[in-house]
Design a protein around this ligand. Structure first.
Ligand SMILES: Nc1ncnc2c1ncn2[C@@H]1O[C@H](COP(=O)(O)OP(=O)(O)O)[C@@H](O)[C@H]1O
Ligand SMILES: [Mg+2]
Length: 381
C-alpha cells in the first residue's frame, strides 16, 4: 500500500498539445480517488504517467516516499485495468491471472493460491480453464480485475474499466469494485468520463478540464459547493439549470432578476456582493431544487409551461419553457402534470447558486470560469 503524490505534473505532447497542466494531487494511502471530466481533458494521460506508460514533461511523481519519474512501469508496484481488458487471447483465465507472478518467478503453489483467492473474491472460479474468447464482456472485465488483484500492488489504476459494459452490468461491476476496495483497501486512482460513476465510487473526486484541475473534494461537497459553472454543470444529472440575469437590491435583500423572473436570494450572501447591485450574474438551480405548482405563477414562482414529462418511477423529470423561450429541467416527485399546462416553479433562496457569468482568464485565478461567487450555496440556518 502506498500514497501517490503528483507535484506540478505537466504533460506536453509533440505539437505543443498541453494534455496535463501543473497538476498537484496528494492521494492518501488506501484512498479511492476518481479523475473525471469530458473526453480529452487529460485523465488518461495523468493515469498513464502514474503507470509509467507515458513520460512526464515536468514535475515530480512519488509513489510512497520514492520519486518514480524515471522508474520502469514494472518496478512501480502498480496494476492497471483498461477499458478493453487487454487479456492475452491464447492463455486461459488462470494463466492470464497468474502471468505477472510467473514472470516474477513466484513459486507455482503460491501462484495457484493467489489466483484461487482472487477468483473466489470475484466469483469466477468456474472460468479458470477458459480462454477469453469464451467469456462475456462482464466476465472478461472480472478476469482483468482478478489479474490486477493477484499482483497485490501498492496502487490500482483504472482507465474507464466499465465503459464497454452494458448499463446493468456497469452498475453491478461498479458495486463490485467498491466492495473490493473496501476489502483490499488498496490505493486506487480511477478514471471515468461518467459523473455518476465518479460520484458513487470516489472518496474524493478530481474534476478536470482542458488539462486543468478544476476542483478536488468529496463527491457531496463538489455537488453542494461546485467551484465554478463548469463543475456545477458537469456533476449531477439532469444537469444544473443556469439563468442569466443581474443582481438587484431592495426590501432588505438581494434579488436575482432575469426577464420576468425575480428570485429572492438567501440573506447569507458575502458582504461584498451586497454592493454589487445590477451586476450581471448567473443563477444555478439544480433540477431537484424545484417545487412545481400547477397554474399561473404565484408568490414569486417562475412562470413556465410544461413541454415534456419523463416519468422515472417514483420521480419524474419535467421540462419547462419560460415565456422568454429558455428551458428549465426539474426533477420532482411523480404526479399528474399536463403537457402544455401552465406552471409556477418555486425555488428556495438557499438552493440558488450564483456564478460569475464570464468564462475567461487564467484558470488558476479566482476570476476564471464562471466562478461560484457565493462559494457554494449558503447553508440553511
Ligand atoms: N499520444 C498522444 N499524442 C498527442 N496528443 C495526445 C496523445 N494522447 C493524448 N493526446 C491529447 O492529449 C489530450 C488529453 O488526452 P487524454 O489524456 O487521452 O484525455 P482523456 O483521457 O481525458 O479523454 C487530448 O487533447 C488528446 O488529443
Ligand atoms: Mg481517456
Amino acid at each position: 500500500m502506498a500514497s501517490v503524490s503528483l507535484e506540478n505534473i505537466t504533460k506536453v505532447y509533440p505539437g505543443d498539445v498541453h494534455a496535463v497542466r501543473e497538476l498537484n494531487l496528494d492521494i492518501q494511502d488506501g484512498e479511492f480517488l476518481v479523475l473525471v471530466g469530458p473526453s480529452g481533458c487529460g485523465k488518461s494521460t495523468t493515469l498513464r504517467m502514474v503507470a509509467g506508460l507515458e513520460t512526464i514533461s515536468s514535475g515530480t511523481l512519488r509513489i510512497g516516499d520514492r520519486i518514480v519519474n524515471d522508474v520502469h512501469p514494472r518496478d512501480r508496484d502498480i496494476a492497471m485495468v483498461f477499458q478493453n481488458y487487454a487479456l492475452y487471447p491464447h492463455m486461459t483465465v488462470f494463466q492470464n491471472m497468474g502471468f505477472a507472478l510467473k514472470m516474477r518467478k513466484v513459486a507455482k503453489a503460491e501462484i495457484k493460491q493467489r489466483v484461487d483467492e482472487a477468483a473466489a473474491m470475484l466469483g469466477i472460479e468456474s472460468l479458470l480453464e477458459r480462454k477469453p474468447k469464451a467469456l462475456s464482456g462482464g466476465q472478461r472485465q472480472r478476469v482483468a480485475l482478478g489479474r490486477a488483484i493477484v499482483r497485490q500492488p501498492a496502487v490500482f489504476l483504472f482507465d474507464e474499466p466499465l465503459s464497454n459494459l452494458d448499463a446493468k452490468l456497469r452498475v453491478e461491476t461498479r458495486a463490485e469494485i467498491k466492495r473490493l476496495h473496501r476489502e483490499l483497501k488498496t490505493t486506487t486512482i480511477y478514471v471515468t468520463h461518467d459523473q455518476e460513476e465518479a460520484m458513487t465510487l470516489g472518496d474524493r473526486v478530481v474534476v478536470m478540464r482542458d488539462g486543468w484541475k478544476r476542483q478536488v473534494d468529496s463527491p457531496l461537497n463538489i455537488y453542494r459547493h461546485p467551484t465554478d459553472r463548469f463543475v456545477a454543470g458537469f456533476l449531477g444529472m439532469p444537469p444544473m439549470n443556469f439563468l442569466e440575469g443581474h443582481l438587484e437590491s431592495g426590501d432588505d435583500s438581494l434579488w436575482f432578476v432575469s426577464d420576468e423572473v425575480r428570485l429572492r436570494l438567501h440573506d447569507a450572501q458575502p458582504e461584498w456582493l451586497q454592493g454589487e447591485a445590477r451586476r450581471p450574474i448567473v443563477a444555478g438551480i439544480r433540477p431537484e431544487a424545484f417545487d412545481l405548482k400547477q397554474g399561473e405563477a404565484v408568490d414569486g414562482g417562475i412562470s413556465a409551461t410544461v413541454l415534456v414529462v419523463e416519468p422515472l418511477g417514483s420521480m419524474m423529470d419535467v421540462y419547462l419553457q419560460r415565456p422568454s423561450g429558455e428551458k428549465l429541467v426539474c426533477r420532482v416527485t411523480a404526479g399528474e402534470l399536463e403537457e402544455g399546462g401552465a406552471i409556477s416553479a418555486h425555488v428556495s433562496p438557499q438552493d440558488i447558486h450564483l456564478f460569475e457569468p464570464n468564462e475567461q482568464g487564467d484558470p488558476r485565478s479566482e476570476t476564471y470560469y464562471g466562478r461560484n461567487l457565493a462559494v457554494g450555496v449558503p447553508q440553511p440556518v
